[in-house]
Design a protein around this ligand. Structure first.
Ligand code: ADP
Ligand code: MG
Length: 204
């Protein structure tokens, strides 16, 4: 089972990964965006780390709802409300249980990803974070490492895509040939999930 500590580890590993990769994320956001994705997420996850320490939420759902709310209120770019919605909706779907199964997490994350698609009006193939998140959620039923791998492949697969949502879509054909920054950060969050899950994988 996955306890509150697991979810705190996930958020902590996400903050560390975003910090480490901030320059790279911003670099990806230069040719097809406004060069702020790394700094946006760095600010957001620093705030997440701070609020988790201060408020010490004591259920898996509460960790994610609080983190999502913090991202929404501290990140100005499109990615703030989108990632905030992902975590908040996933957290709400987990309810108030003290521990959840890997299967419950996979289902809750599916609800979170659906909420992101509704909020942003994007679908798979539009060259957004959904191109990493959707395959990752599918693979999460199998294992954490499968989800990480699927997200990485999904992010790489955005390179030849034409952007249909967000700032990159303003570039039309010129968005082709660049990896989507949001899909790349989603792969980082899935890698952080796998890191948090190392050693707690359940036999299914
Ligand atoms: P902004 O575009 O406002 O500068 P960021 O640079 O932080 O915000 O985030 C850009 C990323 O957000 C994109 O790479 C893309 O993955 C994601 N994104 C933008 N719009 C949407 C949308 N409508 N649906 C899903 N993801 C989106
Ligand atoms: Mg940007």
């Amino acid at each position: 089972m996955l306890d509150t500590g697991f979810f705190l580890r996930w958020m902590h590993a996400s903050a560390v990964a975003v910090d480490r990769e901030a320059a790279h994320l911003t670099e990806l956001d230069s040719p097809i965006g406004d060069a702020d994705h790394g700094t946006n997420l760095q600010r957001g996850f620093a705030a997440v780390t701070a609020v988790l320490e201060k408020d010490a939420p004591d259920t898996p759902g509460a960790v994610l709802v609080l983190s999502g709310r913090q991202l929404i209120s501290t990140v100005g770019g499109a990615s703030g409300p989108l990632y905030g919605t992902l975590l908040r909706r996933t957290g709400k779907a987990l309810g108030e249980a003290a521990e959840v199964s890997q299967q419950q997490l996979a289902e809750a994350l599916r609800a979170g990803v659906t909420a992101v698609a509704q909020l942003g009006g994007a679908q798979a193939g539009d060259k957004t974070m959904l191109d990493a998140l959707e395959p990752a959620v599918e693979a999460l039923g199998e294992s954490f490492s499968a989800a990480r791998e699927a997200a990485e492949q999904g992010a790489l697969a955005t390179v030849p895509m034409l952007a249909r949502k967000g700032r990159a879509s303003y570039l039309g054909e010129r968005s082709i040939g660049h990896q989507d920054p949001g899909a790349t950060s989603s792969a980082l969050l899935m890698a952080a999930l796998a890191e948090a899950g190392a050693g707690v994988e359940e036999a299914s």
